[in-house]
Write a protein that binds this ligand. Structure first.
Ligand SMILES: Nc1ncnc2c1ncn2[C@@H]1O[C@H](COP(=O)(O)OP(=O)(O)OP(=O)(O)O)[C@@H](O)[C@H]1O
Length: 259
């Protein structure tokens, strides 16, 4: 089986501190994974390593069949979509929603290249798929945060990524917007040409059944990884949090509470 991601004994150190320590992780082709950990556990560092923005202190990284060190990272990054709230700062608030989505083809914010008609058609189809087609003529700043997240996902899909990273995608969303976004992500995963997805979160109940595998990071180390249904158990998470918690599975999602 071709791996989408392979990390072998990956560590990253800064200022005398081991931020990530000995990570071994394989994501198979077509698998969707969740990455779960507390604040400061090393999730963003792991994503920066995956996209080649930082270099491992030790270990080896393969992404989409390419070994880091033997590939042009700028080329590889064209196959990786990273949707994160930190993108918000780079968007011109007056930008039209459909232009924002089309700009994903060119990996730019703002339309400096000349899109073809078919680019607008594809953007419209992606916006429909994410149920935000009605926003196409709105400016980004007038869209709600939930709508903005959908636009950013559509923008990332415009480049037909093979790996899509959804990094705390539901930040700041109310219950209805969050569930709407999760529905869209669920539908996206069911498309025949869906990219491998990596869902990064602090909330277990957001890990949809499509994210069949989960990696739990704690203090820069793998706490455990495997099938989501096994990793997100009362026993495993009580040990993970070092606090007794209760996990109730409802709708194939793990709802967490304090014991
Ligand atoms: N460039 C750096 N120099 C020194 N320490 C760093 C650097 N980058 C990250 N760290 C530290 O590494 C740890 C992990 O940070 P990281 O941002 O990867 O965590 P995270 O799991 O994404 O956290 P959050 O959920 O809060 O976003 C933190 O303690 C952070 O302060």
């Amino acid at each position: 089986m071709n791996e989408c991601i392979e990390m072998k004994n990956v560590s990253w150190m800064r200022e005398g501190k081991t931020v990530l320590d000995g990570i071994d992780w394989k994501v198979g082709e077509g698998e969707h994974w969740a990455l779960f950990g507390l604040n400061g556990s090393g999730k963003t560092t792991l994503l920066n390593l995956l996209c080649g923005y930082i270099w491992p202190t030790t270990g080896e990284i393969h992404v989409l069949g390419h070994k880091f060190g033997e590939i042009d990272l700028r080329e590889l990054r064209k196959s990786i979509g990273w949707v994160s709230s930190s993108l918000q700062e780079r968007i011109h608030s007056g930008e039209k929603a459909q232009h924002l989505v089309v700009s994903g083809k060119f990996a730019s914010f703002g339309l400096y290249d000349k899109p073809e008609d078919e680019d607008f058609d594809r953007a419209a189809a992606l916006m429909e798929q994410l149920r935000c087609g009605h926003l196409k003529d709105r400016t980004y700043q007038t869209c709600s945060q939930g709508e903005q997240q959908k636009l950013l996902i559509a923008r990332a899909l415009m480049a037909s990524p093979k790996l899509l990273i959804l990094d705390e995608a539901t930040n700041g969303l109310d219950f209805i917007s969050k569930e709407g976004l999760l529905d869209s992500i669920n539908e996206l995963a069911r498309q025949p040409d869906a990219p491998n997805m990596l869902y990064v979160t602090h909330h277990t109940e957001e890990i949809l059944p499509i994210f069949a595998h989960t990696l739990l990071l704690r203090r820069g180390r793998e706490f455990t990884q495997g099938k989501t249904s096994e990793v997100l158990s009362t026993e495993s998470l009580s040990e993970f949090f070092e606090m007794p918690v209760q996990v109730d599975w409802n709708g194939n999602r793990a709802w967490l509470s304090r014991k």
